[in-house]
Design a protein around this ligand. Structure first.
Ligand code: SAM
Length: 252
């Protein structure tokens, strides 16, 4: 997978891309992330990327020319290896479709992706309408730029690219992959400050462990994110179990 990120703050990416999942994906040759500075695609002395909004109002808006030019220039450059129609061009925006695990999985299957990071008051609407093919929001709040959202989206996608995570099972059981929140996890020591690891996890009985984990995942989801249960594909028996649950004092 090759991800191309378009930004006016390339320096924001230096540290995150040099560590963790980003570094690992590059080292394993599973993915590349290339950062493109939109300012390099301006033609005036000051490398102007923004201008005041027509109609007045606070803040500045990204001009269309440098963003179109940046995207089109990179698209032209990689044309030989990637037919144009296969490249989704995603604008990071608080107005986009809300990022979910399903969307991360869908996008992680794309061989090439372009991500455009806005800034200031946002971008000229023609970028959203005529250049971007999709728009993603990472949550119902407003950040000052699309750089952190682009990193969030990239992290969520990369860990779903086969071979990037150490264990192929890791993403399968995780919160949101099964439609449920993940069950509680423990590691050594078996007792810490008087609190013991549930006996079943030390039993070595894999069938019982799987049953316990499923039940815990249902309980946890019911307590913390009941809205997810309707879409979780529970069996009749599990739905019956949910009906019997009583809200306890403490969160699991
Ligand atoms: N004025 C815009 C609005 O009300 O929709 C918000 C602009 S925001 C200050 C600047 C940039 O940050 C956006 O163009 C977008 O790229 C990015 N951004 C901010 N919040 C975001 C979010 N929740 N998800 C994705 N991108 C976001």
């Amino acid at each position: 997978m090759n991800i191309h990120i378009f930004t006016i703050f390339p320096e924001i990416f230096a540290s995150p891309l040099g560590a963790g999942i980003f570094k690992r994906a590059a080292e394993e040759e599973r993915a590349t992330v290339e950062i493109h500075n939109i300012r390099f695609f301006t033609h005036d002395r000051h490398h102007t990327v923004d201008d005041s909004p027509y109609g007045g109002g606070a803040g500045m808006v990204f001009k269309p020319e440098p963003v179109f030019e940046a995207v089109e220039s990179i698209r032209e450059k990689i044309k030989q290896t990637t037919p144009e129609r296969t490249i989704p061009i995603i604008l990071l925006s608080p107005q986009g479709r809300l990022l979910t695990q399903e969307i991360a999985l869908e996008l992680s299957r794309e061989p090439v992706l372009f991500l455009i990071c806005g800034h200031y008051e946002g971008v000229d609407e023609r970028i959203a309408e005529d250049l971007a093919t999709d728009s993603i929001s990472i949550g119902d709040y407003v950040l000052s730029g699309g750089e952190l959202p682009a990193l969030v989206l990239t992290d969520a996608m990369l860990r779903l690219v086969p071979g990037v995570l150490g264990s192929p099972e890791s993403p399968i059981d995780e919160s949101h992959s099964t439609g449920l929140l993940e069950y509680p996890q423990y590691t050594r020591p078996p007792e810490f400050r008087g609190k013991k690891v549930p006996e079943v996890l030390l039993s070595g009985n894999h069938a019982e462990i799987a049953k316990w984990r499923r039940k815990q995942a249902i309980i946890r989801t019911w307590k913390r994110r009941p809205d997810m249960l309707a879409r979780a594909g529970l069996s009749d028996k599990e739905n019956e179990f949910v009906k019997q649950l009583q809200q306890p004092e403490e969160m699991v």
